[in-house]
Design a protein around this ligand. Structure first.
Ligand SMILES: *Cc1c(COP(=O)(O)O)cnc(C)c1O
Length: 704
């Protein structure tokens, strides 16, 4: 018995379980209530269950299941015949060091804000699956990103529950003598210390730097408080810790990365510490730059100039003065590395420019975003035409097994060993689909929608009990009655993402009468679920949330439009599996890639999106729906009217008929044909196994 308990505890210490359906079932089976209440955190779950209980319950079949899963887990860790071993041995011998300000791995580890973090988390998991020696670097944010709740008026409120190290599967990193490993960085005139933690994610390791230690003054402890919290000063401090601190940590661990990957410009200061290491070896400045460049790669994610991190020269001077004197780089040289205009080096210091200057390759995150980035940064390469600006692209994907819910996973396992099989190639996906009947796909859709509606009912009940305990009961009853009228028979649209205004969440409400007619059709109705957080400083985004909440309370939309509070990875997983159609309405070309729509595909969801981000590459006319054809207008109003008109007409003339037209067995043949087409064409391309292989061969190994 003791063995089984030890195995169970070991499973909680590596986030491998987060993409293994059977492992998750074990935790859920221990106590479905505690599992849900503790945000699906097995470390916390086990804290609530006594050893006596575990001993009693680990006998018999449940214990056998633990042993079986544990055996699979250890086999996974010890697997030698991996993709990387066979295709990229250089990055098995030496690690890839991947720096990101956020990682979205699981909802129980709150060190992410949105898409950038989710991408980093999925990258980490695929790197593990493929056998790459992979080390992630980030910060340990004590408060993480905020928890969202809405007040009576639908206005977003943020709270920041503490996340305690003892509730997470993290360990302190220690040195050879077993002492806590501490690194330090210079910020302004101070030396700031950081403790290092590590989190195991399959075969990969994520290191987290933490300034919440007694050695630091309190304002430096706050560097590791919130994801993207605070002002510019906080931001530069976080970025110094991430970039410079991260390199120092790897150095102290004795790791010799084959490549340093900057996921967005936040971590670009890492190049300075690498330069310092080169200069200490006594090489010339030019040689030092070349050596650093030969080991760094950079991924940019931001298609608008204003979105890139920039710091004033005063702030740079104040913050870097002491550091520069210790490494032997002068201030002008530093400013030159980050200057957009070489004739004005005392303007703003741009992190993206630093990253571009000191990496051997750079890329955007979709084909369109690659083009946009080349145009945006062409002025840095005046001698080159736009087409030769050295920024390529690798389109983002999602980690398939993390994003398939338990039901969907079991569904596909009737026909193939793993959902990853369907990610391999078009032919492989077709071969699996050939074994599945239309009736079975339709039954999958119904089951998933029923699960989702049941989830919403519980979720809204909790939401109201926990957050509005002193509010009026009628509000609670009203909300409940709203979910009670959600029906799996009804076409369901989902929209969930960060409420950045360019994503235009309320666009579908632009013509109230027209939407009212669609939603309340007596024969072919529609229901819509929204979720998403606005950045705490983004009042315009918060206003969008409020508008949607107000719409959802109109009598016409009651029970048909719902806003779910506190969007996070857990809610995302529920939504992408439950809805029929995933809506995306960004202002083109502001969505660098987007990934949430890719998560719906294996559940039989269809994308309905502006041709932006990944969608223009994937859309073939038969595997989902497009809003417009990439038309751009100068004025916002004009763009919104045009896109809204297109959206309504596609809904009315394509989506609704395809969903509701049934054959003699009540199956929507056209709809299911589209689902098949989506699975066959999207699943094999838009996954992180394909993406990480591309990074490995074209960027990490430089085998272009
Ligand atoms: C996938 C995901 C995102 C990214 O969504 P986009 O549509 O690509 O913006 C953001 N937040 C969460 C919680 C996600 O799961």
């Amino acid at each position: 018995m003791q063995n089984k308990i030890t195995s169970l505890k070991a499973l909680t210490r590596n986030l491998w379980w987060s993409w293994d359906t059977e492992a998750k079932q074990i935790f859920e089976e221990l106590s479905p209530l505690l599992w849900e209440r503790n945000n699906h955190n097995p470390v916390e779950l086990l804290r609530h269950i006594s050893n006596d209980e575990l001993e009693a319950r680990c006998s018999g079949e449940f214990g056998d299941k633990i042993e079986r899963v544990y055996a699979r887990f250890t086999a996974y860790l010890n697997e030698k015949n991996t993709w990387a071993e066979n295709n990229a041995p250089e990055i098995v011998r030496n690690p890839v060091a991947y720096f990101s300000a956020e990682f979205g791995i699981h909802e129980s580890v709150r060190i992410y804000s949105g898409g950038l973090g989710v991408l980093a988390g999925d990258h980490l998991k695929s790197a593990s699956d493929l056998g790459i020696n992979f080390k992630g670097i980030t910060l340990f944010y004590k408060e993480g990103y905020f928890r969202q709740h809405l007040n009576q008026d639908g206005w977003q409120k943020e709270d920041y529950p503490l996340q305690l190290s003892e509730n997470l599967p993290i360990e302190k990193v220690t040195d050879q003598e077993g002492n806590d490993l501490i690194i330090s960085v210079n910020i302004a005139q101070s030396e700031v210390f950081a403790q290092a933690w590590k989190l195991k994610v399959g075969r990969a390791t994520l290191y987290l730097l933490d300034t919440n230690i007694a050695a630091n003054e309190s304002h430096y402890r706050d560097i590791c408080c919130r994801v993207y919290g605070g002002d510019q000063n906080m931001r530069i401090n976080q970025e110094i810790l991430l970039g410079i601190g991260g390199v120092k940590l790897l150095e102290q661990l004795g790791l010799k990365p084959a490549v340093y990957h900057m996921n967005e410009g936040h971590s670009a200061f890492l190049t300075l510490e690498l330069l310092a290491m080169e200069l200490r070896k006594g090489v010339s400045d030019t040689e030092a730059m070349e050596n650093v460049r030969s080991r760094c790669v950079f991924t940019t994610h931001t298609p608008v100039p204003a979105g890139h991190d920039r710091f004033s020269s005063d702030m740079m001077h104040y913050t870097f003065d002491k550091y520069l004197s210790t490494i032997g780089i002068n201030f002008d040289d530093l400013m030159r590395l980050g200057a957009e205009d070489k004739n004005n080096i005392y303007g703003l210091f741009t992190m993206t420019v630093l990253a571009l200057n000191l990496s051997r390759s750079a890329n955007g995150v979709s084909k369109l975003h690659g083009e946009v980035s080349r145009t945006m940064w062409q002025h840095l390469y005046p001698e080159k035409p736009v087409s030769e600006v050295p920024i390529g692209h690798i389109t983002n994907g999602v980690h398939a097994s993390s994003w398939t819910c338990g039901y969907t996973d079991s569904f596909w396992k009737q026909y193939t060993d793993s959902v990853d099989d369907m990610s391999l190639s078009h032919e492989a996906a077709e071969a699996v689909l050939a074994k599945v009947t239309d009736e079975e796909i339709w039954s999958l859709r119904y089951n998933l929608k029923r699960n989702f509606i049941d989830f919403m009912d519980r979720y809204l009940t909790n939401q109201l009990f926990h957050q509005h305990t002193n509010s009026i009961h009628s509000e609670y009853d009203a909300l409940r009655s709203r979910t009670n009228t959600f029906s799996p028979d009804v076409l369901t649209i989902g929209f969930a993402r960060r409420f950045a205004t360019y994503k235009r969440a309320p666009l579908i409400f632009r013509d109230f009468e027209r939407l009212n007619k669609i939603i309340n059709s007596s024969t072919r109705p529609l229901q819509i679920v929204f979720a998403g957080k606005a950045h705490p400083h983004d009042d315009a985004g918060k206003d969008y949330i409020r508008q949607i909440v107000h719409h959802s309370r109109r009598p016409e939309f009651s029970g048909k439009v719902i806003f779910l509070e506190n969007y996070n990875l857990g809610v995302a997983k529920r939504m992408v599996s439950g809805v029929d159609v995933w809506l995306n309405t960004p202002v083109r070309p502001m969505e660098a890639s987007g990934t949430s729509g890719e998560k719906t595909v294996l559940h039989g969801g269809l994308n309905f999106s502006v041709l932006d981000g990944w969608w223009p590459e994937a859309y073939n006319g038969e595997n989902g729906f497009s809003i417009g054809n990439g038309e751009s207008f100068e004025h916002h109003e004009e763009q919104d009217s045009f896109d809204a008109e297109k959206m309504y007409s596609v809904l009315e003339n394509q989506i609704i008929p395809a969903f509701y037209e049934r054959n003699e067995n009540n199956i929507p043949l056209q709809w299911i044909k589209k689902i098949r087409n989506a699975i066959a064409t999207i699943a094999p391309e838009y996954n992180t196994h394909r993406m990480v292989k591309e990074y490995a061969t074209s960027y990490y190994l430089n085998r272009k």
